[in-house]
Design a protein around this ligand. Structure first.
Ligand SMILES: Nc1ncnc2c1ncn2[C@@H]1O[C@H](COP(=O)(O)OP(=O)(O)OP(=O)(O)O)[C@@H](O)[C@H]1O
Ligand SMILES: [Mg+2]
Length: 248
C-alpha cells in the first residue's frame, strides 16, 4: 500500500499551504508529519482523504491484491453534543455496520460484537465505560474510542491526526506501542507535535513549514539545522541532542 503525493499545490483562504509537495508513504510502516501550528498537517490528511481539492498536482493511493481499500481517519478535534444519547459501543457499531454495508460484507451480530470488544480492549478503554454515554467520557478516553473506531474495520491505511494530544503520559507510551504494532501490517500517517514518542517505529518524517517542507529519515530531519528552520527558537541543541520545546 502506498500514498503517492506529487507536486501538490494547496491553498486555503488564498494562503499557500503546499507549494509543490512531493512525498511517498509506503506501507507497511509509520510516517510522522510534524510542524508548527497552521503548517498544514491536518490539511495534508484532509487532502489525502479527498475533502480538500488541490490547485494542482495529485495524490494516488495504491493497494495490492484487489482488496477493497479501507482508509480510516481519526480527526484532531471532535465535538460530542452533551446530550448525545449514543454509547461507546453504539458509536463504534454504527460506523462498523455502515462500512460493512457499504462494502457488501455480511457479518453476524455476534462476530461484529466480538470485533468491537476486541478493538476496545486493544486501545485500552475499560469495560466499565463501554456502555457509558460518549458525552460523559474524558478527553483521553474519547480519543481512544475514536482510535478503536478507526481500526475496527481493519483498514490498510490509517491517518491519525494528533492521536496523543489528550492522553496521559502512561497512556502515551501504551498508545505508541500499539501504533508500532499496527504499523507492522498497515500504513500509518500520524501527525504529532512530539516526534520522539513514535521515533523507534518511524520510517520517515515529513516536516512542514508554511509552504515549505523537508522529508527524510528521522536522522535526516531531527537535526538542529533542519528543526531551527521550522521551529525557530524552539529548537535547541543540548550537547548532541536536539529538542523541540513544548511550551504547553
Ligand atoms: N476550515 C478552514 N478553512 C480555511 N482555512 C483553514 C481551515 N482550517 C485551517 N485553515 C488554514 O489552513 C492552514 C493550515 O491549517 P492546518 O489545520 O492544516 O494546520 P496544522 O498543521 O494541522 O495545525 P495544528 O498544529 O494547529 O493542528 C492554516 O493557515 C489555517 O488557518
Ligand atoms: Mg492540525
Amino acid at each position: 500500500m502506498k500514498i503517492i503525493v506529487e507536486k501538490l499545490v494547496v491553498k486555503r483562504r488564498n494562503r499557500m499551504i503546499f507549494n509543490g509537495l512531493d512525498a511517498v508513504f509506503e506501507g507497511p510502516g509509520l510516517y510522522q508529519v510534524i510542524g508548527p501550528n497552521g503548517a498544514g498537517k491536518t490539511t495534508l490528511l484532509l487532502t489525502i482523504l479527498g475533502f480538500i481539492k488541490p490547485e494542482s498536482g495529485r495524490i494516488n493511493i495504491e493497494v495490492e491484491g484487489g482488496r477493497t481499500l479501507v482508509v480510516s481517519y481519526m480527526p484532531q478535534q471532535y465535538q460530542i453534543p452533551r446530550d448525545a444519547p449514543i454509547t461507546t459501543i453504539e458509536f463504534i457499531e454504527s460506523y462498523y455496520e455502515l462500512l460493512n454495508r457499504k462494502h457488501g460484507i455480511q457479518t453476524s451480530k455476534q462476530s461484529s460484537q466480538r470485533r468491537i470488544e476486541e478493538v476496545l480492549e486493544l486501545v485500552g478503554v475499560p469495560r466499565s465505560l463501554w456502555s457509558e454515554k460518549l458525552s460523559r467520557l474524558s478527553g483521553g478516553t474519547l480519543q481512544r474510542v475514536f482510535l478503536a473506531r478507526a481500526i475496527v474495520a481493519d483498514p490498510q491505511i490509517l491517518l491519525l491526526d494528533e492521536p496523543f494530544s489528550n492522553v496521559d503520559p502512561e497512556g502515551k507510551v501504551d498508545l505508541a506501542d500499539l501504533l508500532g504494532t499496527l504499523a507492522k501490517s498497515k500504513l500509518l500517517v500520524v501527525t504529532s507535535h512530539d516526534p520522539i514518542l513514535l521515533l523507534e517505529h518511524t520510517k520517515k518524517i515529513l516536516i512542514l513549514g508554511h509552504g515549505y517542507y523537508s522529508f527524510g529519515s528521522p536522522e535526516e530531519i531531527l537535526k538542529y539545522d533542519i528543526l531551527s528552520k521550522f521551529y525557530k527558537k524552539c529548537a535547541v541543541e543540548i550537547e548532541k541532542h536536539v529538542h523541540i520545546i513544548d511550551w504547553h
